[in-house]
Structures are given as structure tokens and as C-alpha cells.
Design a protein around this ligand. Sequence first.
Ligand SMILES: O=P(O)(O)OC[C@H]1O[C@H](O)[C@H](O)[C@@H](O)[C@@H]1O
Length: 461
Amino acid sequence: MRADPRPLPTASFGSCLYPPVDTPSMHIDIGAALASAADPGVERATLDDLDERVAAAHERIEQGREEGEFGYASLNLPEATDAETIRDAVAPVADAESVITVGIGGSALGAKTITEALAEDPGSHVVLDNVDPEHVRRTLDGLSLADTAINVVSRSGTTAETLANFLVVREAYEDRGVDWTERIVVTTGESGPLRALADQHDLPTLPVPEGVPGRFSALSAVGLVPPAILGIDIEGLLAGGQQAADDLAPSLYDSPAYAYGAMAYALEEEGAKVNAFMPYAERLESFGEWFAQLWAESLGKDGRGQTPARALGATDQHSQLQLYRAGHRDKVVTFVRPRERADVAIPDPDHDDLSYLAGTDLGGLIDAEYEATVASLPAADRPALEVEIDRLDAESVGELLYAMEAACVLVGELADVETFTQPAVEWGKNATRALIRGETTDETAVIDERERLRIGETESL
Ligand SMILES: O=P(O)(O)OC[C@H]1O[C@H](O)[C@H](O)[C@@H](O)[C@@H]1O
């Protein structure tokens, strides 16, 4: 295992201006997003002023946690989630070689992030979070269903994509003579069609946590059933989450989660309306997808909210970095990396031009790329934030998930938006249901009008 690439603080661009906000295994560096290093950037005086509002927001958050208020209760999950109950529920399928999750959004992305980051074989967790017929068919054809456990998750129990896929998956098991009722775990709310189906077939069912929106439920049965089936240390994930919970403090200078949240908020105020999220590890690619839902659905309200853009390091240095360094000054790049990496030596090159690679390894190369790309942003007067964990283990991943959730809740407080709901997604859902049912509703009227206009325009061409 490759050791820590560099001790802190060193001369990485900008970090000498402000010491990173650290916990035992998580490090947030905000230096390269200060006004002294970047534009848009945050003045130190602005940050100091903002810290008073962070203290007030922290008080509000703690009060919401104490009272188990809707949304704020999410930040109690490390303590509230009972790992043993989850382990008992998955015991009948603990021999499964793979898991197929049928769920979407917050009911899929947490589990996907955790198994991608920590499963021995990330491919052993397959997620059906779309209703693309060819993809669903190909996915099921590619699985040995007898060795695959089914994880069906829906907080509302009504989501069309999840229920449709569940019916297709169930039929596939039946067609192959595999008793799906013996290979399934359901996680859902107290009511709704999925709960009714689970009761009808007497399926092992876990409750979604009370008062926790889907996108904040990774550290509950919603996110932990597939990891538990695949032998991942779910207790370690919860311990990491608890570590991050214990590190919440009434100052951004003492809490990595709040340092990240406060900087993201302040940068949006300064014009950084896009947050390009760039993990430097393939095992953290889905973490970017999870972050995108968290940030977009929680903070995209009242005409504001940073647009999360997904990128991957080092790959997207060769596709998007040009834009980040030389495009509109409307972005911040969030760099994420595990400091410890596997060792894959680069064989001695038999060509002089490649001699610079001699004696190094892929870990050394990707870390050099990380350092260079982080430094390249303020070198172009553009803001960057760094989120580092010591290694990809259960504790660090649990801490990372929780810290990003707490950062998001803080931004919601500072921006004064309704963080825990997502009313804007309902229009499309209602319209879909009406179209499928052949009903005429306000939504279908809009769709018909669009169709009339389109036909009108084509005819007038
Ligand atoms: O868990 P479910 O009720 O099936 O919802 C799954 C997802 O769909 C909804 O439309 C929301 O946009 C998400 O916040 C949610 O996570």
C-alpha cells in the first residue's frame, strides 16, 4: 500500500493561507478558493463574517436533530441505524454472490456509492435505476439469478420506474425457476403498493428511516442492505458517520463538513454557480453521482443552487479541464481523493523518452496528476476545493457521506431554502402517470399544446 503522498500543511497552492480543516481521516483544504488565490474567490473577511452565521445555523441544525425534525433527523442516522437489524434481515440471502438493487435516486445512489467504493468486486452490485428496456433485459440476461439477491427500495413505495422494474425482475426469476420470494429484501415506507406487495408475499421488509429524505438515507437500511449482503463493514460505515457527526461544531474552522459547506455557499454568492465534482479514484465515481443528487435536489430552489457537474480524475483532465481553467468564471472544482492507494508498478520503459516513468507506479502518477491539476486551477486564477480521506475504508467512506450531507444541510440553512423536499420533480411524474393512463390533466394539456405547436411550426416551415 502506497504511503501518504505528502504531510500537511505544505506548499500546495493557497493552503499556506489557511490551514486545512482536519479530522483524523478527513481533510478539507479551502485555500485555493480564497480571493487571494482565485476569482471567483472568497475574501477572508467574508469567511470570518460568515462564520457567525455558521454558528447560528449549527444551533438550528442541532435543534432539528434533537427534535427529530423532518430532514434534520438524517444527521442522526449513524446512531439511529441498527446494523444488527439489517444483518438479520439479509441473513437469508447472505450467501448471494451478487445483488441487484431495484430503486432510483436516493433509493439507489447511496448503496451504489458504498459498494463501488468498498466491495471486493464492485461489479457484484448491479443497480437497476432506469427503465431502458434493452438495458434491463441485458442486465437480467447477464446475471445468474439463483446467486443474486434482490434489493427493492422505495421510500414512497409508489415510484413507477422501481415498481415496473421490480415486476420485470420478478418475472425473470419466475421464468428461470428461481423462487424470488426467497432471494429478496424490501425497504420501504409504512404504506404504498410496494409495502402491499411485500405484505402480500410476506417478504422480509425493512422500514425506511422516519423523517429522512431518500438522498440523505445512505447510512440507513436504504443504503446498507447491499453492502451488508456483500460482506462490507456496515458498522465501520456507521462509525465513520458518527465521527463526522461528532466533528460538527459551531465554526467552519473546526468542522470539515461546515468548512466545505460554507465555502460552497460563499463561492456561489461570488458567482461560482457550477460545482464540478472530480474524484481521483474510479471507486468514487458513483460518489460523484450521489453528490449530484444531494446537491441538486436539496439546493436547487428559489432560482438558486450550484449545478453539480460530474467529472473523474485523471480521465477528465483530458476532456473538461480546459473549460474549468479557461471557460466562464462560474465554477469551482471540488477535488476528492483517497491518500493511500494500491501499488501497481510501471515497468521500466525501454524507450528514453519514457524514462521519466521509471521507478514510479500508477499511484504515484495519479497523485502527481492530482497535485498538478489542483494547483493548475489557482494558477489560472480559478477556485478549487480539496476533500481528502486517508484511505478507502468503511470509516472514511461513512465519514465522507455524512460530511457531505451535513455540508448540504448547512448550505440550505445559509441560503434559506427548503433543503429536504423536491417539489419540482412532481410535475413530470404526474404527467408520466397521466400519459400512461391516457388521462387528460393539466400536465397533458401542456404536452398536447407543445405537440400542436410543434406540428404547427413544422407545417409553417
Ligand atoms: O424512494 P422513492 O420514493 O422511490 O423515490 C426515489 C427518488 O425519486 C423521487 O422522485 C425523488 O426525486 C428522489 O428524491 C427520490 O430519492
